[in-house]
Design a protein around this ligand. Structure first.
Ligand code: HEM
Length: 486
């Protein structure tokens, strides 16, 4: 960069192939990942245009971290969050800086390690039940299967008692409609978004129905406020002791926003992480073989349990490596609240900044053979805070990171213990880029493994899930072997 002390954001180099009027909208819509990776030659930042507006994409890990850590100036905002806010209002993940600290204090107890151990037991049972529902030779729609698994597990951990199957199905269908519409709506100009198309009606209906279902569940819980040892109980009981009167709690509207935030934020991200992990195992049979050996050794015929987590080192590395290669939140946006300087460039208030874990995770100067699936790269290395950011960083770092890791590691273990996975067809499978890096359309073939004694225990665990989440008597028992620092 030339005279960095005086450069303005307008002087940041513009990415090539900008069309008049459209800017980079076409390459971004046609093949977003190829477009993002074509920018990896820019070491610090590059400007991208979407129609009349432009955004600066940060390509450097240290500058990315500065943005994450200074959330007062580089606040949640920009096209992704504007669309997400349409659905979940000012929930924890979308609220602006002035509201955030209070919301985070109120939500944090729901993810306390003492709660996680109880959630882990639900995850283990849900995974065993899912793995027990398949048949030898099945070809799975992997993403759909993982979505039903994580929806069920999220519902159980959030709302304890098993919801009626019909409610669960409705939530799942509505969530799928909302999630698949996000990216399209993000890229569509405001005027076109308001047109009364069939797609818009489906999206609006799904949004209204899902919000009504959550509101119903909250009303029931208000009527019976005993501790159900689930996420909702903790949210209902949370008190902000740092508020003016020391007694501030979430009202019904805020509770609904938070419940929707956790539901939408946690379910799809974890499902696609699992789907990608299964894809990577199917296409890397040597790693799959070693993972099966790990499950045999650790389970040794016993039922899967959160207490096994510290021994599931390879499963944990597989998840870490999957999140490096396919970070569901492949890009994030920030809005600059007031004029600010970053990396020697002056940004005007209102500018949009784009951060991309996908770009950083695949940079050849940061990772050896960045496109290769190699869980063992994490054998002696902890994920680096600046270059490994699947959960973001700083005060806005994912509140559900340990929740998701616990769920993913237990689910992978349950599945690989019982099933061998192979690809269907010989075409390489490509991500469908939406708001998240979707694995939609991924199919894998299952072959039942017959050698392990552990399968019997798992089969008997494939019974319907029990009604409630038990709180742990061992705080931290579900601690994940992978730690993602702030
Ligand atoms: C593999 C699974 C997951 C991934 C990859 C993931 C990724 C992320 C990322 C990157 C952020 C930061 C976004 C930003 O800074 O712009 C985030 C925030 C958040 N995530 Fe997750 N997430 C996952 C699972 C979950 C789960 C299971 C939950 C809840 C049950 C959850 C709830 C949230 C919330 C509430 C925030 C906002 C935190 C705040 O602003 O204080 N996530 N997530």
């Amino acid at each position: 960069m030339t005279d960095t002390s005086t450069a303005s954001a307008g002087s940041v180099p513009l990415a090539p192939r900008a069309w008049p009027l459209l800017g980079h909208a076409l390459p971004l819509l046609r093949d977003p990942l190829a477009f993002i990776m074509s920018l990896s030659g820019y070491r610090e930042m590059v400007r991208v245009r979407l129609g009349p507006s432009s955004a600066v994409m940060i390509c450097d890990p240290d500058l990315t971290r500065q943005v994450f850590l200074n959330d007062r100036t580089f606040d949640k905002g920009g096209p992704i969050y504007d669309r997400i806010r349409e659905v979940i209002g000012d929930g924890l993940s979308t609220c602006a800086y002035p509201l955030h600290r209070r919301q985070r204090r109120l939500c944090q107890p729901s993810f306390h390690p003492s709660r996680l151990a109880g959630y882990g037991a639900v995850f283990a049972r849900a995974a065993a039940a899912k793995a027990g529902s398949w048949r030898d030779g099945d070809v799975l729609d992997v993403t759909q299967e993982m979505m039903t698994l994580t929806t069920r597990a999220t519902m159980e951990t959030m709302f304890s008692g098993a919801l009626p199957a019909e409610t669960m199905q409705r939530c799942l269908a509505d969530t799928a409609v909302i999630v698949s519409a996000f990216f399209r709506r993000m890229m569509t100009p405001a005027l076109l978004r308001r047109l009364p198309t069939r797609q818009k009606r489906r999206y609006d209906d799904a949004r209204t129905r899902l919000a009504a279902t959550i509101a119903e569940i909250i009303a029931e819980r208000r009527a019976d406020p005993t501790d159900h040892a689930d996420l909702l109980s903790t949210l209902v009981a949370a008190v902000d002791e740092e508020s003016e009167d020391g007694r501030r709690q979430l009202n019904d509207a805020e509770l609904a926003d938070e419940a929707l935030t956790f539901f939408l934020g946690g379910m799809e991200t974890t499902a696609i992480t699992l789907a990608w992990a299964l894809h990577l195992l199917a296409t890397n049979p040597d790693v799959q073989h070693r993972l099966k050996a790990e499950t045999d050794r650790v389970l040794a015929g016993k039922k899967l349990d959160p207490a096994h987590l510290p021994s599931l080192g390879l499963a944990s590395r597989v998840v870490t490596e999957t999140l490096r290669l396919y970070p569901p939140a492949w890009m994030m946006t920030r809005v600059v609240r007031e004029d600010a300087e970053l990396g020697g460039v002056r940004f005007k208030g209102g500018s949009t900044i784009v951060l991309s874990p996908y770009l950083l995770h695949r940079r050849a100067d940061l990772y050896d053979e960045p496109d290769r699936f190699d869980p063992d790269r994490w054998l002696d290395a902890q994920p680096d805070r600046a270059t490994y950011i699947p959960f973001g960083a700083g005060a806005r770092k994912c509140i559900g990171d340990q929740f998701a890791l616990t769920e993913a590691i237990l689910a992978l273990t349950a599945i690989v213990d019982r099933w061998a996975l192979t690809p269907v067809g010989d075409q390489p499978f490509q991500p469908k880029v939406e708001t998240s890096l979707s694995s939609r359309g991924l199919r894998l073939r299952l072959t039942e493994r017959r050698s392990s004694g552990a399968g019997d225990a798992e089969r008997s665990a494939a019974a319907p899930l029990s009604a409630s989440v038990q709180p742990s008597t061992q705080p931290g028992a579900a601690a994940c072997p992978v730690k993602h620092g702030k």
